[in-house]
Ligand binder design. Structure first.
Ligand SMILES: Nc1ncnc2c1ncn2[C@@H]1O[C@H](COP(=O)(O)OP(=O)(O)OP(=O)(O)O)[C@@H](O)[C@H]1O
Ligand SMILES: [Mg+2]
Length: 309
């Protein structure tokens, strides 16, 4: 069977600049090592993860100014297919600095620049023309964008028969769920917020997920549980998958890796049990690498073999 096609959307990407330094001392000049640049943002990471697994996707993202040009170059170098939506304002840059003395990572995130009304319309227009089986909407929204913007995108994609996968939080997620999508991947804290409670314990998660499914908010709810793994719930099935024990270096990108793994598995028509197993393996494999790196496919394969075995 032909694999299904995937589009990822990143409205608020970033040019990530990472470096190492010895120790953080106020008022003194802190000497940093030569920086490394990476293309960042939810959907872009999901596309990178899919590519690592041998799949393909088209990465739709906004880009403006010199930082945007550099972002585009990095995405081309990664070998990702892309559709660029140009913006007048520059793409934001994020700064990630690793302190050698304490082995601590500091992540400075900047707000995404404002998107004009014309640019907003352009994003919707691009989405209305895409032909794909899956659209992955992931990451934060730029400052000033209305919280129903992802909802509009989801409605547009659904009208073309595309299955919409969403990984976002807060009000944007709540709005998207009014429209109803194919799959959502909140972590347990995001799920608690969504249903208006401070905290959820594992035994309460399945019930909360089932409620979202019966409300027609989503067909598949995957709740990630950090080091505990994840739970996938549909109307008829529930699968709890424990995360394998590994030596954790950094959890950055674990959520995006997980979503990439799951969408790739869905596109390959895997069973839902395998979808969640592959998702957990990708998320956990991502924690074995430092900084913004996602996962190594060898690690995913090894963890997955261990799960089957
Ligand atoms: N400490 C850990 N040890 C092992 N696996 C982990 C750990 N943290 C995360 N994972 C893996 O990554 C998956 C997603 O992690 P998590 O629940 O932290 O998502 P998230 O909060 O959305 O992450 P992000 O901050 O990247 O958005 C988990 O289901 C698990 O497989
Ligand atoms: Mg997340």
């Amino acid at each position: 069977m032909k694999p299904n096609s995937i589009i990822t959307l990143t409205i608020n990407p970033s040019l990530d600049k990472s470096t190492h330094f010895n120790s953080l001392i106020a008022e003194q000049k802190i000497r940093c090592e030569k920086p490394r640049y990476d293309a960042g943002g939810g959907g872009i990471n999901v596309s990178k993860a899919i590519a690592k697994l041998g799949g393909s996707s088209t990465c739709v993202f906004t880009s403006g100014g010199s930082s945007g040009e550099m972002l585009e170059e990095l995405i081309t170098k990664e070998g990702l297919e892309s559709t660029v939506i140009k913006t007048k304002n520059w793409t934001r840059e994020n700064f990630i600095a690793f302190e050698n003395a304490t082995k601590s990572q500091y992540r400075f995130g900047f707000p995404g620049n404002e998107i004009s009304d014309d640019e907003k319309d352009k994003i919707i227009e691009v989405v209305s023309k895409v032909k794909a089986d899956y659209l992955v909407i992931s990451g934060s929204l730029n400052e000033g964008l209305p919280t129903d913007f992802y909802q509009k995108i989801a409605e547009t994609a659904k009208a073309s028969g595309i299955k919409v996968v969403v990984d976002t939080s807060g009000e944007s997620l709540r709005k998207v769920l009014e429209t109803g999508v194919y799959l959502i991947k909140p972590n347990i804290g995001e799920l608690a917020k969504l249903i208006g409670v401070d905290h959820l314990e594992l035994p309460e998660v399945e019930k909360a997920a089932k409620q979202l499914i019966s409300n027609k908010s989503a067909e598949i709810v995957v709740v990630s549980l950090g080091p505990e793994g994840a739970i996938l719930v549909t109307k008829d099935e529930t699968h709890l998958v424990k995360a394998p024990k590994v030596e954790k270096k950094s959890t950055v990108g674990a959520g995006d890796s997980m979503v990439g793994g799951m969408v790739w598995a869905l596109s390959q028509n895997k069973s839902l049990k395998e979808v969640i197993q592959i998702g957990v393996c990708c998320g956990t494999a991502a924690t074995m690498n430092e900084g913004t790196q996602l996962f190594k496919v060898e690690d995913v394969k090894r963890l997955f073999e261990g799960m089957k075995g």
